[in-house]
Write a protein that binds this ligand. Structure first.
Ligand code: CGF
Length: 838
């Protein structure tokens, strides 16, 4: 590499190598330079936003030198890379994370103070990068952090939505959606106007004979340009800085139709441009729900086609043979959203590169891995055949061929099971016919994984059962989700992180989370417990202030903070929680003042967005707010119960809420929550959890011990029978729950009609989510929580013990498992100073 550059030039480049700041003075110089030259401001008009921008630019410059070095090093060593394809990356804020990961937050804090700013205020200026709905997108963000921290050569590929997840406002107790335009000024992205790909849509497929061989040629009906935007991803305590490449859509070949413009037809002159830009305009705001919309399919193809073009272009530079492709490239499909990548790679290899079908298919299936995140039927993607045919005619042909060869092999292996062919066909013979994306993903990948043990078992015994028979069990595996302790402890809870470091021999636990186990020997240490409790209290004071500022409600930080923050969904059962809150309220009301005095004060805190089209979820939000409106001003009750709905839950709010929770709720109907990851965040921040035997709750229990978690409710193996009994047998509602319903129907919390569907879902429509079946044990278990909380000393001991046993839930462990079991890639450390090392 080096030899290709003439000696004198090489020397000139090396002589002028950029040096990054390492101390306060260097940092201040960079900030002032950016304020004055990049932002064209001065000390006289540098407000907090300008200070944020300049600080970010100073850190971005630093990251970019490392980013360059990382990329050059990987190219030079020509190692295998991982490509993580995710339609969502819920990154949150970048500045705080960058400062901590490069280890210079103190330097920035001192520098900013000298320049007249408080670092907390500066950090708060940043708009969350909210390019995701919930757990799936945040998992992708945690994985990027771990990939870089562990020095894996890896790229993320996603879409650069102009509007991320909507901003939620609560008006008169109802959710109102407001667009989230977040790109006003984003110092963390690099537009790469030189990295563009033309993406085709529509058109037709023609057969042509070239050199005696008949090939399929796809003539496009529309071409849209993909433009790359790169976001540097710094690892913690390593120079490795990986890349997240987000694609933005643009009209191909010119800005707008000049002829139409000149003839005065202004509106249609920009129509093509607008149509092209619409592709990357908005994130679909659904979590665990798929609606077959053409624009969504367009987004998916646009993104995977651009990404694959990029990956193939990079591979071709190494001049290796195609059979080496899987030795150089591992592509992970985050859910079925990128499944078209399988078809696109087959198309590139067969139609463009001229490989034989079987050879190409071998390469394709060795390259891809697929992660499933849900068993919920409404979330499993299916596309109408007619829509795929119209938008991607050549891809539909390839899908049919993949299916044909697959079904032929199934028929051969299972000659006596004719129905098997119908069950596993990638094409569902319904009206209209549908392409089953999960089946395509399984057939086109060498490994399929679920995201927690229970979930991975469930997919093998339910939705993918036939495929386990066809391929054998080894193709299916489990990688239990994890979270990055850098963001979810060190950044979100700096004081607790510091206290832990003081007992665990420094900050190494942030890179090896199993070192937390050293805390356990300090559980009995009174002083340590006291400091632990003080930190929790301070975090609660901070949240109480936020509650006061945003809702006007004053809450007492000495109360038990009971938190449920996540997307609003019937399967996550916020309705169970609010029914439980009403039950508590009624019990308190029925008490004498003396009895009340003995009760433990509680604040029930909710937060989360409902998909705009999910009516029932929006009714749940409305009920929570309606209950809050009554309870919070009830003088009989005072501090004994407060009900809060926090508006616009997002990553940066989660960073404030998780450290402030005493107990958090993870109460999905057993078997419905694939993993959950906020359960891990809450425990890692020294809170206990109440939960069902679902998703990762089960493994959390295994790790921290049954005495440190409050489990309740029916088990997943009983769910089907219970549902069946509701529908075909007699269904009696829990008597306490019935009282709650009666109170709602009396109008205590506003117009009863508003909530009648929610009640009918339980009473009349089969109670699909088993709210009534679990109500009694839920209430009883909350009583146990109250009792346990009264003994603060033991409570704190439980919290410390739990944290000490959370090492398993780091996303670093996940990434190492993926790397070994699925990707077969090795880390590649980057030298801080030279890319040319061994
Ligand atoms: O993925 C989820 C989340 N809602 O985004 N699924 N999807 N789709 C699951 O429901 C969670 O249980 C899981 O933790 C998350 C990440 O795997």
């Amino acid at each position: 590499v080096e030899a290709s550059i003439p000696e004198p030039q090489r020397e000139a480049w090396k002589r002028n190598q950029i040096t990054s700041f390492t101390d306060k003075d260097g940092f201040e110089k960079e900030v002032v330079r950016h304020v004055e030259t990049t932002l064209a401001r001065s000390m006289f008009n540098c407000d907090e936003i300008a200070a944020y921008s300049a600080t970010s630019l100073a850190f971005r410059d630093r990251l970019i030198t490392h980013w360059n070095r990382t990329q050059q090093r990987q190219t030079y060593r020509d190692t295998k890379r991982v490509y993580y394809l995710s339609l969502e990356f819920l990154m949150g804020r970048a500045l705080d994370n960058a400062m901590l990961n490069v280890g210079l937050k103190n330097v920035a804090q001192d520098g900013l103070a000298e320049l007249g700013f408080r670092i907390e205020d500066v950090v708060k200026q940043e708009h969350d990068a909210a390019l995701g709905n919930g757990g799936l997108g945040r998992l992708a963000a945690c994985f990027l952090d771990s990939l870089a921290t562990l020095n894996f050569p890896a790229w993320g590929y996603g879409l650069r939505y102009r509007y991320g997840i909507f901003k939620q406002e609560i008006i008169d107790g109802y959710q109102v959606e407001v667009p989230d335009y977040w790109l006003d000024f984003n110092p963390w992205e690099f537009p790469r106007h030189d990295v563009t790909v033309d993406i085709q849509f529509f058109g037709q497929v023609n057969k042509k004979t070239v050199g005696g061989k008949t090939i399929s040629v796809w003539e496009a009906g529309e071409i849209v340009q993909a433009v790359a935007y790169d976001v540097p991803i710094p690892g913690y305590d390593t120079p490795t800085t990986n890349n997240l490449r987000l694609w933005s859509s643009k009209a191909s070949g010119g800005e707008f139709d000049f002829q139409k413009f000149n003839s005065g037809d202004y509106e249609s002159s920009v129509a093509d441009q607008q149509r092209a830009e619409t592709i990357s305009a908005v994130l679909y705001p659904n979590d665990n729900l798929e609606r077959g919309k053409e624009l969504r399919l367009k987004q998916q193809y646009f993104w995977v086609a651009a990404s694959l073009y990029d990956i193939v272009r990079r591979f071709k530079k190494s001049r290796r043979s195609w059979n080496e492709f899987p030795d150089q490239v591992a592509i992970q499909l985050n859910d079925t959203h990128p499944t078209l990548a399988i078809v696109e790679l087959q198309r590139i290899l067969v139609d463009i590169e001229g490989l034989e079908w079987d050879n190409a298919w071998e390469i394709v299936t060795s390259t891809f891995g697929y992660t499933n995140h849900t068993v919920l039927p409404e979330a499993l993607e299916k596309w109408p055949v007619g829509l795929v045919q119209h938008l991607l005619p050549r891809h539909l042909q390839i899908i049919y061929d993949i299916n044909l060869f697959f079904l032929q092999s199934v028929e051969k292996a299972f000659p006596d099971d004719r129905d098997m062919l119908r069950r596993v066909s990638i094409i569902e013979e319904s009206q209209p016919k549908m392409v089953r994306m999960a089946f395509l993903a399984i057939v086109g990948s060498h490994k399929v994984n679920g995201v927690a043990e229970l979930h991975s078992d469930l997919i093998k015994t339910t939705i993918f059962k036939d495929f386990v028979e066809i391929y054998g069990p080894d193709k299916f595996t489990n990688v239990t989700n994890g979270i990055t302790p850098r963001r979810w402890l060190h950044q979100a809870n700096p004081r607790l992180s510091e206290l832990i470091a003081s007992k665990c021999g420094g900050n190494d636990f942030l890179k090896d989370l199993t070192l937390l186990n050293q805390l356990e020997k300090h559980v009995e240490d009174k002083q340590f417990r006291k400091e632990w409790a003080e930190i929790k209290y301070a975090n609660k004071v901070r949240l109480a202030k936020h509650i006061k500022d945003t809702t006007g409600v004053v809450v007492n930080p000495a109360s038990l903070f009971d938190v449920q923050v996540k997307r609003i969904h019937e399967y996550k059962r916020q309705q169970l929680n609010i029914f439980g809150v009403i039950h508590r309220y009624l019990s308190l009301k029925a008490m004498t003042p003396d009895q009340r005095k003995k009760q433990l004060p509680r604040v029930s805190i909710f937060g989360g967005k409902a998909a705009p089209g999910y009516w029932m979820a929006k009714q749940i939000i409305h009920l929570i707010n309606s209950v809050g409106a009554v309870v919070n001003k009830d003088e009989d009750i005072g501090d004994l119960l407060k009900v809060i709905f926090l508006e616009d839950y997002n990553v940066s709010k989660a960073e404030m809420i998780c450290p402030a929770s005493d107990i958090s709720e993870h109460i999905s109907t057993a078997g419905t929550e694939a993993s959950g990851t906020s359960n891990m965040k809450f425990v890692l921040n020294g809170g206990l959890i109440i939960g069902t035997c679902d998703g990762a709750n089960i493994e959390i229990t295994r790790e921290i011990g049954e005495s440190n978690i409050f489990l309740f409710g029916n088990l997943s193996e009983d769910v089907e029978d219970l549902r069946h009994a509701h529908t075909y047998g007699s269904h009696t509602i829990d008597s306490d729950l019935d009282k709650v319903f009666n109170e709602i129907e009396k109008g205590t919390f506003g117009t009863p009609h508003d909530f009648s569907a929610m009640i009918a879902a339980v009473r009349q429509h089969g109670d699909y989510y088993l709210v009534s079946d679990d109500f009694h044990s839920y209430i009883e278990t909350h009583q146990l929580v109250d009792e346990a909380y009264r003994n603060q000393d033991e409570w704190i001991a439980k919290c410390i013990t739990s944290v000490s046993r959370m090492g398993f839930f780091t996303s670093d462990r996940c990434i190492n498992e993926y790397a070994e079991e699925i990707w077969n890639v090795e880390p590649l450390a980057v030298d801080r100073h030279s890319i040319w090392g061994p």
